[in-house]
Write a protein that binds this ligand. Structure first.
Ligand code: COA
Length: 163
């Protein structure tokens, strides 16, 4: 099994977070969008634009030779420009992505757990996310204690209590 290291995401990591945001937007091969299409959509770019502003934090997974293969992070959105998984003011939204050939080895879970630790350490009471109900990531989130708060079309908003 490959060996990965996990480190904090710095301001210079906006490019690799963008790569993982494109992965997350393309969770299903059926609805594949080119990188250019995803980057032209502010509903997706809002998760990385201006990284790392106050309230942003996250982690990055690298191989032993320094290649970035996954990332998970959170960010706060104001009520007038919410993200897909907006719940309330002061509740950050989580984003998670792993490069396809590095999936199904436990890396997504490790990144998720590290991000939850960061959010808890930052003093947040809850963290939320939005996931397509058909995405196998739902099982991952449930197994880490997230519960479904709201169902919006084909997406679920899930929340984890951090207290
Ligand atoms: C979701 C994602 C981050 C999971 O990363 P990963 O490294 O493959 O996940 P892990 O190996 O840690 O697996 C964690 C859990 O996810 C679920 N899972 C992972 N791969 C799965 C698969 N192919 N089929 C079904 N469930 C799967 C399982 O519940 C698994 O737990 P288990 O190993 O105890 O059974 C990754 O598949 C990904 O980047 N997908 C595209 C982007 C995306 O969908 N992001 C989430 C948007 S909300």
């Amino acid at each position: 099994m490959a060996v990965y290291s996990i480190r904090d995401a710095a301001a210079e990591d906006v490019r690799v977070l963008t790569d993982m945001m494109v992965e997350a937007a393309n969770w299903s091969a059926a609805g594949f969008r080119t990188r250019a299409d995803v980057l032209a959509d502010t509903q997706h770019t809002r998760y990385v634009h201006g990284w790392r502003r106050p309230g942003d934090a996250g982690v990055i997974a690298e191989t032993q030779d320094g290649a970035v293969v996954g990332a998970s992070w959170f960010r706060l959105f104001p009520a007038d420009t919410p993200g897909f998984g907006y719940v309330a003011p002061g509740v950050p939204e989580l984003i998670l992505g792993v490069s396809p050939i590095h999936r199904a080895q436990g890396l997504g879970r490790q990144l998720l757990q590290a991000t939850v630790l960061l959010a808890r350490a930052a003093g947040y009471q809850r963290i939320s996310l939005s996931v397509e109900r058909a995405n196998h990531a739902v099982a991952l989130y449930r197994s880490e204690g997230f519960t479904t708060l709201d169902r919006r079309g084909t997406r679920d908003t899930m929340v984890l209590n951090l207290r």
